[in-house]
Design a binder for this molecule. Structure first.
Ligand code: NDP
Length: 279
């Protein structure tokens, strides 16, 4: 099985498609779906402290490793620090708690979940730099950072984030953030790539999907990849889990990519980082 990856700015390989786990409770169902996703070829799992499900994500991973489907080294596991007012020490402790809950010795990517409304993310990021420099985590990055946040971060810290995980879907294409990230070697990753399932009846997508005999979800996820954006669709439905990674056998034309991008309305399905304050 080919695992399609991108090489991050520190040489680490990150699979282009990952399995998202937001809005799923800590449960046996989630552990089972994580194991299933790995069986189906996912090598990248995305969770976060605030999702409250790191333990079941970890159980699903452990089962897949135990069954010999995959080794730990073949997996790419991300978690996020809920950086609401955290100090440097709190952040180190939060990392330790996440890996303990996941039952892992290290994470492949640890990211700051939101910038928040002050510049406390700089102190939190310095703790991430310490984790990185002491080789306790393979890669560090951010999430929901706009250009102004990235500018301040780069001016005050030394490790350029490897990844910025942002909301990216056809109605929110975030060109300014993506251009800034490209210029600085920061890989963009899409959250809510399917707009939580609510973009899938769009007529433009339906028309393109019919042409390729693919689903509209597959078309959107393919559009992510052709825009050099890593994508992490979430599903608790086995057939959709399979479908969402079956996106490497067709290519959208430049015209189709443009048509999908032109659906942009700067519409935030989720919270806008400019006003998000951890509530
Ligand atoms: P998605 O855009 O991935 O959509 C998930 C929804 O779409 C679910 O209801 C799912 O249903 C449905 N779905 C999935 N695949 C298909 C398909 N092929 N056909 C039809 N419906 C489908 O939403 P998320 O918000 O979950 O985003 C993905 C991941 O991004 C999260 O799980 C999380 O890991 C991350 N994230 C990060 C954030 C951040 O701030 N950094 C914020 C939000 C998300 P069902 O499960 O019933 O199959």
């Amino acid at each position: 099985m080919t695992i399609h990856t991108v090489t991050l700015n520190n040489g680490v390989h990150m699979p282009k498609v990952g399995y998202g786990t937001f809005r799923v409770k800590d449960s046996e169902d989630l552990a089972e779906m994580v194991t299933l996703a790995i069986k189906e070829g996912y090598r990248h799992i995305d969770t976060a402290h605030i999702y409250g499900n790191e333990e079941s994500v970890g159980r699903g991973i452990k089962k897949a490793i135990g069954e010999g489907i995959v080794t730990r080294e073949e997996l790419f596991v991300t978690s996020k620090v809920w950086n609401d007012g955290l100090s440097y020490e709190d952040t180190i402790a939060a990392y330790e708690e996440s890996i303990r809950k996941l039952g892992l010795e290290y994470l492949d990517l640890y990211i700051i979940h939101w910038p928040g409304l002050d510049d406390n993310y700089i102190e939190v990021y310095k703790a991430l730099e310490e984790l990185y420099n002491s080789k306790r985590v393979k890669t560090i990055g951010v999430s929901n950072f706009h250009v102004q946040h990235l500018e301040k971060l780069l001016a005050n810290t030394s490790v350029v984030p490897a990844v910025n995980q942002i909301e990216f879907q056809p109605r929110l294409t975030q060109l300014d953030v993506r251009e800034y990230c490209k210029k600085h070697g920061i890989q963009v990753e899409a959250w809510s790539p399917l707009m939580n399932g609510e973009i899938l009846n769009d007529p433009t997508l339906v028309e393109i999907a019919e042409k390729y005999q693919k689903s509209t979800a597959q078309v959107v996820l393919r559009w992510d990849l052709q825009n050099h954006v890593i994508t992490i669709p979430k599903s608790m439905t086995p057939s959709r889990i399979r479908e969402n990674i079956d996106i490497f056998d067709f290519n959208l034309s430049e015209d189709e990519l443009g048509k999908i991008s032109s659906l942009n309305e700067d519409f935030h399905y989720g919270p806008n980082p400019e006003v998000f304050n951890f509530k």
